[in-house]
Design a protein around this ligand. Sequence first.
Ligand code: ADP
Length: 454
Amino acid sequence: MMHRLQVRLFAAFLLVIIVVVITILLLVLPAAEQEIETYAQRTGRLQLARMHHWLLGYHSARGSWSGVQPFVEEMGVLYGQWVVLAAEDGTVVADSRNMLFGQPFTEEWTEVVLRGRDNERILGVLYVSAESGIDEAFARNLRDSLGYFLFWGALTALGAAIVLTVLLSRAISAPVRQLAESAIRAGKGDLSVRVPGSFRGEIGELARSFNGMIADLGRAAELRRNLVADTAHELRTPLSNIRGYLEAMKDEVVEPQDALASVEEDVGMLARLVDDLQELALAESGALGLHLEPENLVTVIRRCVANLHARAAARGVALHLELQEELPPVMIDFQRITQVVHNLLVNALVHTERGDRIVVAARRIDGVVEMRVTDTGEGIPEADRVNVFERFYRVDRSRTRATGGTGLGLTISKQLVEAHGGRICAEPNEPRGSIFVVELPLAGYGPKTDSMIS
Ligand code: ADP
C-alpha cells in the first residue's frame, strides 16, 4: 500500500504530464497539419509550373504532342502524381498510368491550359490528379512520427514521475514521519524527545519549532513539579507549628491563652501564602486581567508612602521622596502597580535598621519612567541578586520567616511589571543596602489597551 503522500505526489506529476501532452496535441498537431498543408500546396504549384514549362518546351521543339507519352509517364513517376495530357479537343494524348489514352477527359482534376507562344492558340490541357502522391505520404509519416514521439515522450515522463515520486516522497515523508513519531512520544509524556534540527526549509523550521515547544513543555513541567514541592515545603512549617501548639495545649503543657497568639500568627501566614500562591498562579497563567490607563506614578508612590508612614515611624525609619516634577503618565493598572510599589517599600522597611532611611525616587528616562527604592539595610549578596525574583527564594530564611514574608512578593512583582512591558531588577547600594529599580513604559510607548498578563 503506497503512502498517502506518495499517491498525492504521483497524482500531481501525472496531472502535469496529461496537461502537457494534451496541450501539445491541441497546439502542435493542428499547427503541424497546417504547415504540411501549406508545404503540399506550394510543392504542388511548383510541380505544375515545372510540368507546364517542360510540356511547352516539348511542343515547341516537336511542333506536336506525338511521342510525349514516355515523357508524361516519367513526370508521373517523378512527382508521384497521376498526370494526363489532353489535346485541344479534349482527347487524352498521354497518360502517366497508360489507361485513358484516346478517351475524352472528363474528370474534375487540377488543370493547366497549355497555350502557344502567341498566347492565342490552345495546345492542350495538363491534368493532375487531386490526390497528391509524395506529399500525402510525407504528411502521413510526419503525423505518425509526431504521435510516436508524443507516446514515447509521455511514457518516459511517466517513468520519470514514478522515480521522482519515490525519491521526493521519501525525502519529504521521512522527516514528517519522524516528527509524527516524536509528537506521539511527547504526547505519552516523554519530553526528552527531539527531532534532528538538520532538516532544511519549512520542515527544518517545523522541526526547530517542535523542539522549542517540547523544551518549553519540559520547563513548564519542571516548574510545576518544583512549585508543588516548594509549596508543600512552605506549608509544612506553619502546619507543624500549629500541630505542636495544639498537642501542647492538649497535654496542658502550655496555656491556651499563651498558645493562641502563635497559632493565629501561623494561620495568618498560611492565609497569606495561599493568597500569594493564587495571585502568582493567575499571573503565570496569563489570567490576571490588566486594566491599563494613563496614570502618574507619583500618585501611586505617594499613596503607598502614606499607607506605610505609621509603620515606618514605628520602626524609626524615615521615608524620603525624590520625585521629578511633572512626570509624564505611564500606562498602568493602578491597583497592580500599587501592589508592586507597596511590596518593594515593605521589603525595604523590613530590611532597614532603626534610624536609617529609605529613598523613593522617580524620573523619566527616554520612553520609560524609572522608580528606585533605595535602602541602607543589610543588602543582598551578589550571588542572590537575581534569585530573589524566584519564588520562595529567601536570602536569610530564619530572618524573613520571622517577618512573615511568603517569599513570593518579588516573584509576583516581577510578573506584574513585565506584564506592563516593564523591567525590574535589584542593584547594590553604596556603601550598604539595596536598590530595587522598576521601569515602566510611558503612555504611548507601551501596551495601549486592556491586556492580559502572558
Ligand atoms: P518575602 O516575602 O520573603 O519578603 P520577597 O519575594 O518579597 O519575599 O523577597 C524575597 C527575598 O529577597 C527576601 O526573603 C529577602 O531575603 C530578599 N529581599 C527582598 N527585598 C530586600 C531588601 N530590600 N533588602 C535585602 N533583602 C531583600
